[in-house]
Design a protein around this ligand. Structure first.
Ligand code: THU
Length: 141
């Protein structure tokens, strides 16, 4: 796992929790927040944004990643995700793998709003997305 310091981890965790408060999720009522640290050292946050045409929903992780990349970032060094059950969906794992090494920490922040509890788990992207599609092997880069 790539090392990031404790202060940065806490900043990411709080960033994801705060971003979750901005969630637009009137259909599922399932708020999700995410925060990434990009190559420049800057943090970008995002929330899930739903649509009445359900398939157009954007997950919190992709909102944060796309915000970073649209600001010129090319590398994601760590991500935190805050939700009731915060393991990222398959699509977000794949999108993250475009910009992040297998070793980066993925910090899962599982929140129980009723109990007011917070459980933190730390994995790597490689653990969450083993045997991933490899652009180099495919001759795409
Ligand atoms: N969601 C995310 O934001 N991230 C994930 O990794 C899984 C699901 C959102 C999409 C939808 O707005 C809500 O959670 C319920 O699926």
């Amino acid at each position: 796992m790539t090392n990031i310091d404790q202060e940065t981890k806490e900043k990411l965790i709080n960033g994801a929790i705060e971003a979750r408060k901005k969630s637009y999720s009137p259909y599922s009522r399932y708020p999700v927040g995410a925060a990434v640290i990009a190559g420049s050292g800057k943090m970008y946050t995002g929330c899930n944004i739903e649509n009445s045409s359900f398939g157009l929903t954007n997950c919190a992780e992709r909102t944060a990643i796309f915000k970073a990349v649209s600001e010129g970032e090319k590398r994601i060094l760590a991500i935190a995700i805050a939700a009731k059950a915060s393991a990222p969906c398959g699509a977000c794992r794949q999108v993250l793998s475009e910009f992040a090494a297998a070793e980066i920490p993925v910090i899962l922040v599982n929140l129980d709003d009723k109990k007011g509890t917070k459980e933190i788990q730390e994995l790597t992207l490689g653990q969450l997305l083993p045997f991933s599609f490899n652009q180099e092997d495919a001759g795409l880069c």
